[in-house]
Ligand binder design. Structure first.
Ligand code: MG
Length: 255
């Protein structure tokens, strides 16, 4: 399966799906507090997505049982919301929202701090956000996929954090997951050449310790092998004629 080059009408539709996902993420993120369960986050995402006319892309995807992934502390990604998992002061939690709207998908996630977190944890969260921004900054026609991973590794390594290799960004549009795979580790100047009209996610996961992962017995929840905490941020981007457009900025984003 080759990489789809999307045209203006399709891009407009992905932009609407991305805006819906970003809106839901911001709305839910604003309600997080100690005592909120991850199951409550799932209900909020389902309700807010419906209010925007969308459908949670993740619900039922390969049997995934919820509308959102909620990944807390040592959970790297694909955390399954649970009634018996309440947020506590000092936690971090990634909320990963994918919305299907009119047949197109938008995908975005952020890691939220619950109350006051340890300074070392805040550094992890901020470095992860910075690594995503550094990766977005290199996206333009003619750049290589390896440039994206290299930009992330540079920020992560500079701050003393690991980068997860086992899970990648991905093409997105008519499907939630399409080619290409977007690795968050890479060598500048290597890999597929980017072309205008490509749409994909960049979603680096950084770790306090080693980046090795394992999957829990539920078959979904990915945790760090060494128990260190992990943070993740994600945007859906498209390659424009001369650079990159982020399709999942929150409404209040100031360029
Ligand atoms: Mg996502």
């Amino acid at each position: 399966m080759s990489v789809t080059i999307y045209g203006p009408r399709e891009i407009a539709a992905i932009r609407r799906a991305g805006a819906a996902a970003a809106g839901t993420l911001a709305a839910v993120g604003g309600r997080l507090a100690p005592g909120v369960t991850t199951a409550q986050i799932d209900r909020w995402v389902r309700e807010d997505t419906a209010r925007r006319g969308g459908r949670p892309s993740q619900l039922g995807y390969y049997g995934f049982p919820a509308s959102v992934c909620t990944s807390r502390n040592a959970v790297v990604c694909h955390g399954v919301p649970r009634e018996d998992e309440a947020l506590r002061e000092g936690d971090i939690v990634n909320v990963d929202v994918t919305t299907e709207l009119d047949g197109f998908h938008g995908d975005t996630s952020a890691t939220f701090c619950v109350g006051a977190v340890e300074p070392a944890v805040r550094r992890l969260v901020e470095a992860t956000r910075a690594s995503l921004m550094a990766a977005i900054a290199v996206v333009r026609p003619g750049a290589r996929l390896g440039d994206v991973g290299a930009a992330i590794v540079e920020v992560a390594a500079g701050a003393g954090f690991g980068v997860v290799r086992d899970y990648c960004g991905h093409g997105i549009g008519r499907s939630m997951h399409e080619p290409p795979q977007v690795s968050h580790v890479g060598r500048a100047g290597s890999g597929m050449r980017l072309r205008a009209g490509m749409v994909f996610t960049i979603e680096p996961m950084l770790t306090q310790g080693a980046p090795e992962c394992r999957v829990l017995a539920d078959g979904w929840t990915v945790v760090t092998a060494d128990g260190g905490w992990s943070a993740q941020f994600e945007h859906t981007v498209r390659v424009t004629e001369d650079g990159c457009e982020v399709l999942t900025w929150p409404e209040d984003h100031v360029p």
